[in-house]
Design a protein around this ligand. Structure first.
Ligand code: 7RM
Length: 676
């Protein structure tokens, strides 16, 4: 025992060297693993040994088998979950419309809760929640089940039933998870609107899906102050004639106006309700939720997901990618207002019977070490966050994580944007202490669950690459004109060739837009909107949204590559590049750059950065303009809004749709930013 422990402590994640000779092994043991690509980070053997998927050979076998018969593969996964009635057909595919597990009846709330109550998990923590002020709540599976049942009964008492849409506008409190699980329990369709959005965002989304009720909180804590959610809802509901009832969960205790007959306190509603509510057996294709994503232009798209397939996809990917173990504390730092929170705070982890950590507030409140303090306090084992957060941590300095014991961590993940290799290495070294594999997970609101990602016990990782498709997923990088795969190492469009269970079923109320946006670029394939390169080892490198690709003298430059080059300079914290019209080259690169704390801007640094990019990539990628700025415009989920930067660079007075922008004041600051 002592010996094994020592080994764990010593085992660091090694960088493979092609020249390394495989160690001789005792007879009868497994053969040595196939060699990893040069320079790749190989999963520590201690990790692989206990992982769900233990080797590349195992991964390859899974993927090969899933390719032979994807329907059989996915049916095998779905069978691990509870179905009230079995399906008759795994897939009905009338492109671009898929139906999975046709005729089957199930319930996702049942699979996240009831399924565990007859097992050792009954009294296990389902949700460990920490409020921004420091309060902590733990809900066991049994307790969460009771809360969900009570609230499901309360919704029913308000006349909410199967197929009705329920808008949800809450902070990150356990009741948010309870609300969506209660909707799923009775077959009501939830539409979560991120709690940082404005009145108009609520109005547009409620209108689009004709929601009949809205669940909110009095307020939410954010950096020590109260965000008055109910007030915003009141303004919105004035313009939303479909809303019949408003449920208000008390969190911050601020004064709110309650409209008699329309508004109900959560605690009063549930007080009289029973803590049992049988989960409704729902058709596999019954609508589960709508989640709006802002398109590059125009009105947000209501991405529509259904029950059985989404359940199957989030269940499998949570298990394999996060390698969930019963004893883990797993923490995804996303907001539930974003798809990552739906799939990887609530549904995926709970379907696996995991302990899901949830945090209410800002990462730098009261101090920039809040996340590391949470990890230390709750002994978090698996940590999943976004590159934008990692770049902020780098900017704030490693003294903050270094103050804390992070030894509980065994696995790290990222999602949301391409991660710059520089940020990846920092995450690996400073947070993971070179012990923890990193899963860089590529997926979308539309895909419902993770599509391209390392399996942490199997896949050697290359910083900046999301590596390879998960079993049952068949992406390809194709030529725009022919739709055929491009040769390895060449850029093309990232498409998915075959349907998968958690794929979107459409855009709510707009089938034409669904076909135009996703199914018209490449015949017969789902177009992701992203550009990518697959290298000779079969690794996928996402180079960003194709709308953002910059064409300089006929060369396509992905934003990720140029931004990574800038961020690899020791003074740079974050960068965003865009194309600006140029007489000579068609387009030239303009870069918006934020510096690490303590670094000073100046013309000398501009020249240095230009030279640095030219050196890293080539003269073609050298930015023509560099602007230093305190911050970049981002969506709340942390994605840089290059579209707004283009508007600013071209001197437009009227800036495009900004309803998803995190911090409006950044726009004003950017307009002032120094040019040249
Ligand atoms: C989960 C989520 C989707 C878009 C997607 C990409 C980008 C997400 C990665 C990534 C490179 C990643 N849903 N993206 N993950 N790019 N590597 N690991 O983000 O609908 O909000 O966005 O995000 O462009 O198409 S989303």
């Amino acid at each position: 025992m002592a010996k094994a422990k020592k080994k764990v402590a010593k085992s660091k994640q090694g960088v493979s060297k092609k020249t390394a000779r495989p160690k001789p092994r005792p007879q009868g043991k497994k053969p040595p693993r196939p060699q990893a690509p040069a320079g790749a980070y190989v999963p520590p053997e201690t990790f692989s040994r206990r992982a769900h998927v233990k080797s590349m050979a195992e991964y390859e076998k899974l993927h090969r088998e899933s390719a032979k018969n994807p329907e059989k593969f996915w049916a095998g996964v779905a069978k691990e979950l509870h179905w009230f009635e079995p399906w008759t057909k795994a897939l009905e595919w009338k492109a671009p419309h898929a139906k999975w597990f046709v005729g089957g009846k199930t319930n996702l709330s049942y699979n996240c809760l009831d399924r565990h109550l007859s097992t050792h998990r009954r009294n296990k923590a389902a949700i460990v929640w920490e409020g921004e002020p420091g309060d902590v709540r733990t809900l066991t599976y049994q307790q969460l089940h009771s809360e969900v049942c009570r609230f499901a009964n309360a919704l029913k008492s308000l006349g909410v039933g199967k197929g009705d849409r329920v808008a949800v506008y809450m902070g990150m409190v356990p009741e948010l998870a309870v609300t969506i699980l209660a909707c799923a329990r009775i077959g009501a369709i939830h539409s979560v609107v991120f709690g940082g959005f404005s009145t108009n965002a609520i109005v547009d989304r409620v209108h689009d899906c004709q929601a009949k009720a809205i669940v909110t909180c009095d307020g939410a804590w954010r950096r020590g102050s109260v965000v008055p959610l109910k007030k915003t809802v009141d303004e919105a509901v004035e313009k939303c004639p479909t809303i019949e009832n408003v449920v208000v969960c008390r969190r911050t205790g601020n004064d709110v106006a309650m409209h008699p007959g329309r508004d109900h306190w959560w605690h009063e509603l549930v007080a009289g309700e029973k803590d049992t509510c049988p989960a409704t057996p729902l058709d596999s294709e019954h609508s589960l939720f709508i989640l709006y994503t802002s398109g590059s232009t125009g009105k947000p798209k209501g991405i529509h997901h259904t029950t059985g397939g989404y359940m199957t996809g989030t269940y499998l990917t949570s298990k394999l990618v996060f390698d969930l173990r019963d004893e883990d504390v797993y923490w995804c730092t996303a907001d539930i207002g974003w798809v990552t929170g739906h799939s990887y705070i609530v549904y995926g982890p709970l379907a696996n019977g995991a302990t899901s950590m949830m945090y209410e507030g800002a990462p730098n409140h009261p101090a920039p070490d809040r996340f590391w303090e949470i990890i230390e306090r709750h002994k978090v084992n698996v940590f999943y966050t976004a590159p934008t957060a990692i770049r902020a941590f780098i900017k704030w300095g490693e003294q903050h994580p270094n103050k804390h014991d992070l030894s509980s961590l065994r696995l790290l993940g990222t999602v949301g944007e391409p991660i710059n290799p520089e940020a990846w290495r920092w995450y690996h070294a400073v947070i993971g202490h070179k012990r923890c594999p990193i899963v860089d997970t590529w997926w979308q609101t539309e895909t419902g669950s993770i599509m391209i990602s390392p399996l942490p016990g199997a896949t050697p990782t290359k910083p900046g690459s999301a590596t390879m498709p998960l079993p049952g997923i068949f992406p390809e990088v194709v030529d725009k004109a022919t739709g055929k795969a491009v040769p390895d190492g060449e850029q093309g469009l990232l498409v998915v060739r075959k349907p998968w269970p958690s794929m979107l079923r459409g855009i709510w109320g707009d089938d034409k837009r669904f076909k135009d946006v996703y199914w018209s670029a490449v015949e017969g394939s789902y177009f992701t909107g992203d550009g990518a390169v697959k290298d000779a080892d079969g690794y996928f490198w996402i180079i960003g949204r194709v709308d953002d690709v910059i064409i300089v003298s006929g060369h396509n430059l992905g934003t990720a590559e140029v931004e990574s080059a800038l961020v690899s300079h020791p003074s740079v914290a974050e960068a965003a590049v865009i194309g600006v019209p140029d007489e000579m080259t068609g387009h030239a690169i303009a870069a918006f750059v934020t510096l690490k704390d303590g670094k000073a801007p100046g013309d000398a640094l501009k020249d240095e950065l230009k030279a640095h990019v030219a050196h890293e990539i080539g003269p073609i990628a050298k930015p023509k303009q560099i602007r230093f700025t305190g911050a970049l415009p981002k969506t709340r989920s942390g994605k840089i809004m290059r579209r707004l930067l283009r508007d600013i660079a071209s001197g437009k007075q009227q800036i495009g749709d900004t309803t998803t922008l995190e911090d409006y004041s950044i726009l004003a600051k950017l307009k002032e930013s120094d040019e040249g």
